[in-house]
Write a protein that binds this ligand. Sequence first.
Ligand code: ADP
Length: 408
Amino acid sequence: MEARVVAVLAVVALAVVTFMALREWQGRVRLERAAGATSGNDAEAAVVALRERAVTAELETALIRNDQSDFVRALELGVMIVDEDLRIVGANPAAHTLLGVAPGSLPGRTLIGAFITVHAESLARTALAVGSATEEILVAGVDGPRLVLRARRVPSGGLWLVVEDVSELRRLQQIRAEFIDNLSHELRTPLTTVSLLAETLTREADAAGDAIPPRMRDRIDKIEVETGHLVQMVTELLDLSRIESGATLGVVDLIDIGRVATDSTERLRLFAERQGIVLHVEVDQGLPRVRGDEDRLGPVIVNLLHNAVKFSADGGEVVVAAQATDSDVIVSVADHGAGIPRAAQARIFERFYKVDRARFRGGTGGTGLGLAISRHIVEQHGGRIWVESTEGVGSTFSFSLPIAPPPP
Ligand code: ADP
């Protein structure tokens, strides 16, 4: 019989024996207590009661520990306990399966020995230093499984390491990205032609003056506007799939993101004024530089501003601000517009997600892709993007970028 099964049976037998002994002992203690009470020996009875509680608590803890180890053994996620010297102390069966090693062979190995890559060890060192760390690694070359490792420091000194196989998930994500990419490429050429034809038609209708009935002119205008949206959607889809498929950033330079924010605001000032919205810039002077691709970060700010204007009421104002913390520069765009319901706030950075398709200015709208693209770009720069919003009061979208380290 397998050693693990024997061990489990031994633990269960021990628990049963301990439990029965405790029951018998509890009975004896009760009798003793009764005797003690009648003889008036209160102090002795109190000590006995205390001891009884201590033994019960110990037994309960042992049973809970048993339940927990059964649970960890049954998990499909790999779970390992690693000591401070980065040596594996314990591992459940799933951890052995995920790493393709014989059952029971992980305890005693080092992390490098188990994962055959230095990434697991450097992740563990980071977690020991800062509390927790997560990384995706490829085991045994490009054809090996893709594992996500989550390490968390435990108070006793070592680490818990949770291992998850995401190979299938990543394969499906790649198929989806390729599908969207191919479809967008196929759609782009005919759509661009239709859009140009619609533009020409609109110009010709304008030139024809009263010869074109107003209803027909109205329809031609609508065709032009909707075709423009389709072209924008296809362009954004292509952008998104390019970014998602791991396209690297263009020219990465030391940039003054405050200046990029100011320039982007100026680009949108006329558009905002036409909608009756005033733009304000509150950028701190002398901001530290960040490392980034200005051609990617500029459009992020333009997109946030565009949304802020789109979802503001006439006469509203939008404030673009940039300031530094100890580690980051934070750019924010605040409006006093429609706001976003709490439940939707976690979802608006997903592709195609729109809060309420009827809320757009003029009844026409965007693609629901802008924030998904913005999130990817910010994360590519090692930053983070988030929103704070109250429905009916307004929204503030912010993103942070790490301050570039000083040159050596
Ligand atoms: P798009 O604006 O093209 O629809 P986005 O990805 O930029 O796509 O935005 C997704 C959704 O998030 C929008 O459709 C809207 O519902 C919501 N949203 C974004 N910005 C704001 C804002 N400033 N105020 C209110 N809602 C917003």
